[in-house]
Write a new protein. Structure first.
Length: 91
């Protein structure tokens, strides 16, 4: 499985988001998940099972996509964990 952290431009915030996702997955005891990061413009060339991004990016993507995890705050590890628990309920 692959999770892609996406930000609007540049790679700084998506890199920080990817690190937070890795921390949360480790805390949850989830293994075998590749976490990568990209900017919005590169999204079409990236393949992932799930895209984690801020609400602004999620709204710009095709509505109703089940592979998009929208965050109100990309800095909130609590929110990231809450959303990832829906994907990994056994954790």
């Amino acid at each position: 499985m692959k999770i892609l952290a996406v930000c609007g431009s540049g790679l700084g915030s998506s890199f920080m988001l990817s690190l937070s996702i890795q921390d949360v997955l480790k805390e949850m005891g989830v293994e075998g998940v590749e976490v990568s990061h990209a900017d919005f413009a590169s999204l079409s060339s990236e393949k992932a099972d799930y895209i984690v991004c801020g609400r602004d990016i999620a709204m710009a993507l095709e509505e109703g996509r089940e592979d998009v995890i929208s965050l109100d705050s990309i800095l909130s590890k609590a929110e990231i964990k809450e959303k990832l628990m829906k994907i990994f309920p056994e954790a």
